[in-house]
Every structure is written in structure tokens, then in C-alpha cells.
Ligand binder design. Sequence first.
Ligand code: NAD
Length: 447
Amino acid sequence: MTDTYLNLVNSGVTAKLAKQLGLPRPAPLRRYRPGQPLLDGPALVLGPGKDADAVASLLSSGWDVDVHRHAAPDARYAAVVLVLTEVTHPTDLSAPVLAAAATLRGLARGGRVVTVSRTAADDDAPALAAARQGVDGLLRSLAKELRGGATGNGIVLDAGVDVDAPSVVGALRFFLSTRSAFVDGQLLTVSSGAGALPDDWEHPLAGRVAVVTGAARGIGEAIASTLARDGATVVCVDVPSAGEQLATVANRVRGTALQLDVTTDDAGARILEHALARHGRIDVVVHNAGITRDKLLANMTPEKWDSVLAVNIAAQLRINEALLESGDFVHQPRIVSLASTSGIAGNRGQTNYAASKGGVIGMVRATAPLLAAFGGTANAVAPGFIETEMTARIPALTRQVARRLNSLQQGGQPVDVAETVAFLASPAAGGVVGRVLRVCGQNMVGQ
Ligand code: NAD
């Protein structure tokens, strides 16, 4: 769907008028194209200690970024990275944070601010926990202050995880790049040093076989395209009634099509059989198929409740069980499941949908340990408002309001969700387990 308002406030006379009237002016977001440089300008790396040195050297020698360790007057930074892993008291935050503050007015359009910090644990000294937890509040507030399509996100390291662990490096690259255009105000925790960096950052999924459900259109179609672009062979799954669209998508991504209703009892067995027979392996499963049947709970029918739960969560549980029992899903397997901000914050008229999507979040948390022995992970992506046929059905006025209720003041595109799925499916994300990453432009609802 086109966001006419966004186009109007960014073109000629109407842009001027919107400025005079003080109307919200969402900035067009820059999205990833293969071959694009990681950053369009210099990066400033701030923070005391050896972790900041390690991040600076990764950016400059690993990724060819022009790195500054002190803000240069009048520099226009494409990114500011605040490495706060070594803070021990809230007062330690002031020097690096105020140094970053001085650069923010000159942050490039679509600029990036990334914090790197450590998890505040219950057994930390109170001052240490305060400093670490303070980063959380700082990042979420800062992200709300950024303009011009700039985003702020954080990477949080659990105890024992080094700053050069594959998933810290992978998350840093993801948050700095245009792949994370609609991810804003999020803190992603890295739990371990597992995972591996790709030889080729443009094709991190080379040699992997990925199954995407609900791939005939919308977000699923974008996920299939993005995983294929990143090097995966993709099995595109959708209901038989979407067979024609499904075949078009499968051909375009040079994958294969499997017509299948994911709610059928033997869906897991059929997915396995297809992937093994056609491609010899199965490495990634993206549970994207989903439906809405909105009704206030007082008016809910058994059909509406049951069908949503059946597609959005029961099918995923059954398919995962079949994968885990098969003995074939054992090569650093990845499960990425589509949740929703409605499953986190709740949404009027969506009790059934929110129960299913909250269920997804519980499911990935409990499934991740079952995959650990194989170097596997299970994680969820929670989209906010994304421009698809699903959201096109929302009444026009509600749709306009929903689009503006986030820090980027616009809806996301299917590709924004797809890029995040691709990151979580990649070998570099092996240390991210049982987490939910929101793709919502920092939606005002929920945490
Ligand atoms: P969509 O309705 O455009 O596409 C969903 C696809 O899933 C369709 O191709 C459909 O045929 C397929 N599907 C439905 N039931 C199926 C079944 N039983 N078996 C196999 N395939 C089935 O939806 P979308 O907007 O692209 O959403 C994709 C996912 O993202 C869903 O899980 C949705 O809940 C989630 N999500 C979407 C948004 C948004 O704003 N669009 C927000 C949060 C979460």
C-alpha cells in the first residue's frame, strides 16, 4: 500500500505547508540494496576501555569504515556507537553520553545510534545494575528523539559474552546497516558466543535450505525473496487456493513451491519430505503464515477464536515437534516465528490474535533450549504496522493513525520484517536465543 501522506509531506509545496503547520513529517527510509556500503559517512565510537577499542577496530579494519574516537567539529556522522560495557556506576554514563549528544544535531539522514552494554543481573552490585539498566532507558528515549529516518538500537551482552562474539558483531552490522530501516528503539540480548561470521556478508545463507510458510504474498513473499537474495534455497509454502501466486514467487526466487495448509496434521512430515527430497536438507523454518479474525471478545465466535489459534500457533507447535523428532533438523537449525506487537501490548478486538502471537513468544523461548544441542536457535520477530493486504483491510482512518504511532511516523514495508528474519536465520545470530525482535519503528504500544 502507498502511504500518500508520507509522499505529500516530502514533496515540494506540500512539504513546506506541512512544515508551517507543524504536521508530522515522516522521512522516507533508505533500504538495503546489494553492494551498498555499510555506512555513507564516518562513524564515531565512544566509550571507555578495550571493548570500545575492539569495536572501533572492527569497523575500521574489518568493514572499511572511517572511524573517529573523538567527535570532530562539524563532522556529519552516519553512525554513533556507544560502547558502555565497562560502566560500573550511573555517573560513568555521563562522559560518553554527553559526547554523543553533541553530535546528534549533525547526525546524517537515516543515521544510526547503537549502544553496546551488558545485562543488569539480579546479583549485580546495585550501582552496577543501575548503570547497566540505565542504558535501556537511555536508548529507548534517545530513539524517540531522533529525526530524519535515523534509528537507535542496543545490543545487550549477557555475562561471559565478549564484544567480538559472532552475534554481537552480526547484530552491530545489522543495526548499522539499512537492513534494519524499520527497527527502532530495540535492545537485542546476546546470550552466548555461539554462531559464526559469514565469509561473505552479502550471502550469509549460502548453502542453507529455508522453508517459509505463507510465502505467496505479503511479508512471506518478501521473506522468501530476501532469504534467496542472501543465498538460501527457499521452499515456499502456502494454501492450495494461493497456488498460482505461490508458483510465481517460487519461480522468481528459484526455489520450490509446496501447496500445503499448515494446519493439517501431517504438515511437518510433508515439509520435511519435500525439503529433503528436493533439496537434500532443511536448515531454516520461518513460521510466517498467519490470519486475523478480529472481534471484541464479547462477540467472539468459536470459529473465529479456533481458526486463529490453529493457524498462528497450534500449527507451528506441531510442525516444530515433527522437525525436532525427525533427526534431520540438526545442522545449526534456525526457527524464526512471526509474532506481533499485538501479542506484546494487546490490541482491542484481537484477543484471539494476541493470544496466538503471545503464544509464539512463549513457544520460541521454550523451543530454543531444545535446539541448543545442535547449535540451533528459535526466535521471534514482532512486526508493528506493516503495509500489506492484511493491514489494507483496516478502516482508512484507523490505518492512518496506526501508521503514525511510532517514532518513524510511518508503516513498515514487508521487506523490513524480511531483513530481520534473515538476520535471525543467519549463522551470525547463533548467540541470539529465544528472543523477540520488534520491527515496529518503535511503536508507542507496549515495551
Ligand atoms: P497476509 O494475509 O498478507 O499473508 C499471509 C499468508 O499466509 C497468505 O499468503 C495466506 O494464504 C497464508 N496462509 C494463511 N493461512 C495459511 C495456512 N493455513 N496454511 C498456509 N498458508 C496460510 O499477511 P501478512 O501481513 O503478510 O502477515 C504475515 C505474518 O506477519 C502473519 O503471521 C501476521 O500475523 C504477521 N504480522 C503482520 C503484521 C502486518 O502489519 N501486516 C503485523 C504483525 C504481524
